[in-house]
Design a protein around this ligand. Sequence first.
Ligand code: SAH
Length: 355
Amino acid sequence: MSVKDHLLNRIRNDGPLTIADYMTECLLHPVYGYYTTRDPLGVQGDFITAPEISQMFGELIGLSLAQAWLDQGQPERIALVELGPGRGTLMADILRSTRQVPGFHETVSITLLEASLTLRDVQADTLKDYAPRWIDEISGLPDLPLFLVANEFFDALPIRQFLRDGEGWRERLIGLEGNALSFGLGPRTPQKALEDRLADTHDGDLVEHCAAAKPLLEHIATQIARSGGAALIIDYGDWHSLGDTLQALRVHESTDPLEAPGQADLTAHVDFETLAFAARSAGCTYTRLTPQGVFLERLGITARAQTLAASLSGLQLETLIAAHRRLTHPDEMGNLFKVMGLYPPHAAPPPGLEP
Ligand code: SAH
């Protein structure tokens, strides 16, 4: 049995799947799922993320969060949280760079939200000098001021796609053509969650909706508004989604999302407006959406690169220069990836970001 056989059976028995059902099965099926069965990150894997490109990324995020902690009067106990920590590299870099911030480490309890047991093992190994705690659901967060980071987490959450048809919407579904998976369209129905999209779309436009993001954001934002803290959400996407952004990556190449279920990473662009409005409705403030390159430059990535470069030569130096470019340059990750911060009303925004 494979994810594909399981999906074919499910469609034969229950009819077409939403794209959200398909993503959930492919990524997180408890036996066959993509994240359940492997560590997909890095040069040997299917994709590479900013913290895996360079230690500078996590170091600067750590300093931004620690400065937010200082700006908010150094609360005595805080939850330092990461959503979807991959290999644990980002959290390890955050903890290394913040060692120099007097008092910070004594206050933190480290909490990781991670669905994959395979990746939890990798994280436990990377973070063996600390004592992280894992949670399955966002409701498991400790009730403390919250200093949180999520890099390439929201893009892995399941989305649904809808095609505008008059005043209604037809959902893009996955059914069968013979024994092959294939896209089709459901009947026209009204969609309450998409009411505000009637104003900015036309007949034939496709929009994406991530139902899972809103309750997560509301929980985080409510806690920050009530108890203090800051969140840095980094992902690819934009303020408003438009068009089909479902993407499959396998061994660093883009493939057809239906071709190898459970064998390829599946993501979609993040609709930051949904996140921002969920934060606002929970009484939390959000920063301007900022390109990753601008954010990292403001935090001093070039100065950090120069310091690291001073003790490097040859291939190591070239790798560092390439990493700096890859993280910041507008033609690479600098513009495609965006950063949004959340912070309590009346507090300063986390460094690197503007109100
Ligand atoms: N943040 C890391 C890894 C990004 S990959 C980095 O930047 O390198 C996405 C991560 O989110 C993986 O750790 C994956 O297992 C986790 N993940 C995906 N969907 C999840 C879900 N619904 N709940 C919890 N973790 C999830």
